[in-house]
Write a protein that binds this ligand. Structure first.
Ligand code: SAM
Length: 249
């Protein structure tokens, strides 16, 4: 049985601050969408997620002009969420729209957090935060999650490999031995650790020094096969392999 009711198709986002006891008030832009675009009416039931694992079934009892508010009929936690936490350190890419596509797909595949990495070979590109946040909220609603992917600011590769508490640390590298592919590596894990950290390099790849430093910091080098994948393809392939290796995906 799926983890959320198919009865209610329209999903909305409201931050935890929108909940007051048994009342939930949709933020203005969501209210606008509900009232103007979807013609939501009082008495209708909607599904709302708060981006921090909260899920609410709400009966609208105020749906006029600019206000859409209702009574919470049911609450659930972690709807649509995996039971592990996967952080992906994907190097900042020259083309921000490729990174934005990754953010949307990473949401669908259950990623917890994305760290845009500054590495020896990354260019000076930057993501537009507002655009990225919109993509993350829309993807969360579309795929039926209740947590929004946490997107950090650009962080330095050396800081990420030094400071983390991940139980499984993987750096994807095309020069890694083919037999050390990610599937073989995951099959060796008796059970998927709670926290996983996955690193994928930029168009120019990780430097040998970066791979060596990651290995010294406890990272395992994983091959994703014999072909050279684009960074965003490599990241999604690795995320999907981890998702499908977990008991509940
Ligand atoms: N500079 C590399 C080269 O010329 O082969 C290409 C880097 S690739 C475009 C970007 C990133 O995707 C790499 O740093 C690595 O993390 C990952 N990647 C791509 N293909 C891979 C493969 N076959 N196995 C493991 N990782 C791969």
């Amino acid at each position: 049985v799926s983890s959320f009711s198919h009865r209610i198709q329209t999903r909305y986002y409201a931050p935890p601050s929108a909940v007051h006891g048994d009342r939930l008030v949709l933020p203005p832009e969501e209210a606008h969408h509900a009232l103007r675009v979807l013609r939501a009416a009082a008495g209708q039931e909607i599904e709302v997620v708060d981006g921090e694992g909260g899920w609410y079934r709400v009966r609208l009892d105020e749906a006029d002009r600019r206000t859409a508010a209702g009574t919470i009929l049911e609450r659930r936690r972690e709807v649509g969420e995996p039971d592990y936490s996967l952080t992906v350190g994907l190097a900042m890419l020259k083309n921000p729209s490729r990174y934005e596509t990754f953010l949307e797909k990473a949401t669908e595949l259950g990623v917890t957090a994305v760290l845009p990495l500054q590495t020896a070979r990354t260019q000076k590109a930057r993501l537009k935060t507002a655009r990225a946040q919109n993509i993350l909220v829309s993807a969360m609603k579309q795929c039926g999650r209740s947590r929004q992917v946490h997107l950090s600011d650009v962080v330095d590769f050396t800081d990420v490999i030094a400071a983390n508490t991940a139980g499984l640390k993987v750096i994807c590298h095309e020069a890694g031995p083919l037999e050390d592919n990610l599937s073989a590596l995951l099959a060796r894990e008796p059970s998927l650790p709670r926290h996983i950290l996955l690193l994928v390099g930029p168009e120019g790849g990780f430097s040998d020094d970066e791979v060596a430093a990651a290995q010294r910091a406890g990272f395992q080098v994983a091959s994703l096969g014999p072909r050279r994948l684009r960074a965003e393809t490599a990241a999604l392939t690795a995320v999907a392999a981890i998702m499908l290796s977990a008991a509940t995906t």
